[in-house]
Design a protein around this ligand. Sequence first.
Ligand code: HEC
Length: 135
Amino acid sequence: MRVLLILPVLALPLALAACVERKAPTPTGAEDFASYCAGCHGASAKGDGPAAAGLSRRPADLTRISARNGGVFPGTRVMAKIWSYSGGPGATTPMPSFAPLLDGELVGYDGGDGISSPTPVRLVQVAEYLKSLQE
Ligand code: HEC
């Protein structure tokens, strides 16, 4: 009789575990930066990643984007740069395309010009991360 009482108690967590979809959490901006950007731009974002030496152009120091722009973080320009990565033939930048960053939810991103555009959340997080690095 006791076994019959215990069985449902054991079955419940198993049933719940089967229902909960194991979805990987969306990486943070810092994590995506480490995965997709640091190879060229460096872990510190100063442009000294291990792959930088082999490039025709030096990766930009991403901690000084605001400093190069009169102290204002040019969010729209940064987003245009990282969203429309145009690697491939005829590209003017060695930056490759990072399709996984385009996956997922779209959220409003206002790069500072007052216009909010639906933008892939992981790109927004990377842009916010870059903004947080400005010296
Ligand atoms: C294959 C090497 C490479 C990778 C990977 C790379 N970049 Fe770059 N990036 C460059 C180079 C080289 C430049 C400078 C030339 C140019 O502006 O296109 C640059 C320029 C930039 C600029 C322009 C800076 C400015 O002041 O105008 C931004 C912003 C940027 N990268 C962000 C990123 C982000 C964010 C990632 C990751 C999601 C990334 N990059 C990944 C090579 C790379």
